[in-house]
Design a protein around this ligand. Structure first.
Ligand SMILES: C[S@@+](CC[C@H](N)C(=O)[O-])C[C@H]1O[C@@H](n2cnc3c(N)ncnc32)[C@H](O)[C@@H]1O
Length: 426
């Protein structure tokens, strides 16, 4: 054994450790995918990162930013790459399309599909495409075909594909036409500011979305771009975003943020690490003023207290908003740390929005929290789609996404659902 092999930062040790952690967390489930992660030298595709950063299970390596400082390209986090590749159920000999390149993910897939299969990876950015091709050649994966172009149609000529993996935030999904019968399409689909990676499988002329997984990706460029409406407040420390609706007035919203707030507490609590991702889906179902509030981690800003680091659900009008916050609840068992959901409302309609968000949270808690979450189905844009009894249809350019909640028997309101008393705070 050489000295290198025992250094704590040896790539081989870090890679083995990564595989062990991904197996333990359940992100890696099949031996063939684990074997690919054990073989491909991730650090060679992220030379700008330290070895520790390149092999961090949950961290993305950002490789390019735009003039405003937003990431436009990255090597995605290992846990998400593992989840998406597992979801695609790649087999030896499969033909794969990857949208959004970097090289690493394509190399993993090339390992799995083997010499009988093929991997095409397409990127709109010449800098990314050039370096992905170079890294792939240097690591022995020159059989991956790197295509420079807009994925809206740049990879059509190489299809059909048995699997399609989209590794960039997609507001629409024009790739169903390229999927071979029985194929799988894994897409981080954006609707109403929410992103969920889903695995789409064909059923007749529609695609059923399986296993919606919370994730975040860099934004799509080119023909598939669909920016949300955004208001930047407090010198960039806070952003509000909403997909549709009346034009946001940044100055009025900024004044609202700096002014007095309404505070409501819901008596709905959540344990440490307990997921509550169906809350956003519920809010997007029942309120078309639903959007996201973002806190910039590089700004010290005490004007907001988000329930979750980075971003939280919010109801927004042109000049007012109300968002989700939390406070710690003291339990008799100090090991049982729980947080109560609350709502802070700002602006002329802040109190009204806060009350409505508060009520939505209680309804979700009572009727929807324990369920499986909604079903997702993707239809062509021209199809006549069923209107869900409880749900929403998101109209896109090429497709329509139907989000439908299953019927349920609502449980009786719990004793803790007493009407909240608003308080005014500075
Ligand atoms: C998260 S990175 C891809 C990560 C990569 N799959 C990996 O190995 O981890 C997303 C990439 O999508 C690319 N992209 C954005 N819009 C695109 C489009 N319309 N067509 C093709 N690529 C696009 C960006 O240039 C960026 O490099």
């Amino acid at each position: 054994m050489t000295a290198d092999a025992v250094l704590p930062e040896s790539p081989d040790l870090l890679r083995a450790d990564l595989v062990a952690k991904l197996r333990e967390s359940g992100s890696l489930r099949s031996p063939v995918v684990a074997e690919a992660f054990a073989r491909v030298p991730r650090e060679k595709f992220a030379p700008e990162a330290s070895l520790a950063a390149a092999y961090s299970v949950r961290d993305v390596v950002i490789t390019k930013r735009d003039a405003a400082g937003r990431a436009t390209s990255s090597v995605s986090a290992p846990w998400l790459q593992a989840e998406m590749i597992e979801a695609a159920r790649l087999t030896s000999g499969a033909r794969v399309l990857e949208v959004g390149s970097g090289g690493y993910n394509a190399a993993l897939m090339a390992e799995i599909v083997g010499p009988e299969g093929s991997v095409v990876t397409v990127d709109i950015d010449p800098w990314v495409a050039e370096r992905a091709g170079r890294f792939l050649a240097e690591t022995g994966y020159s059989n991956v075909k790197v295509v420079l172009g807009d994925a809206e149609d740049a990879a059509d000529e190489y299809g059909p594909y048995d699997a399609i993996l989209i590794t960039v935030g997609a507001w629409d999904c024009p790739w169903g036409r390229l999927l071979a019968p029985g194929g799988r399409m894994v897409v981080p689909l954006i609707f109403s500011t929410i992103t969920r990676s889903m695995t789409f499988v064909r059923e007749g002329d529609r695609f059923v979305g399986l296993d919606p997984t919370v994730c975040g990706f860099v934004a799509m460029q080119g023909a598939g771009t669909h920016p949300d409406q955004e208001a930047v407040l407090a010198d960039g420390a806070v952003r509000l975003s909403i997909e549709d609706g009346p034009e946001l007035q940044a100055a009025a919203l900024g004044d609202a943020l700096a002014g007095a707030r309404t505070e409501l507490w819901t008596k709905v609590t959540v344990g440490g690490g307990e997921p509550f991702d169906t809350l956003n889906l519920w809010l997007a179902t029942v309120d078309d003023r639903f959007g996201m509030i973002w806190g910039d981690p590089d700004h010290d800003c005490d004007l907001i207290q988000l329930a979750v680091r980075w971003y939280c659900p919010v109801l927004i009008t042109t000049d007012s908003f109300a968002y989700l916050t939390t406070r710690e609840v003291h339990c008799s068992d100090p090991a049982d740390v729980r947080h109560e959901f609350g709502v802070y409302g700002h602006g002329p309609r802040g109190a009204e929005l806060a009350q409505q968000l508060h009520d939505h949270i209680q309804t979700w808690d009572r009727d929807r929290r324990q369920g499986p979450g909604p079903d997702f189905t993707l239809y062509p844009a021209e199809a006549v789609v069923p209107t869900p009894a409880v749900g929403r249809v998101f109209l896109k350019r090429h497709t329509q996404l139907v989000m439908a909640w299953r019927s349920h028997s609502p449980s009786p309101p719990a004793a803790h659902l007493a009407p909240a008393v608003p308080e005014r705070h500075r």
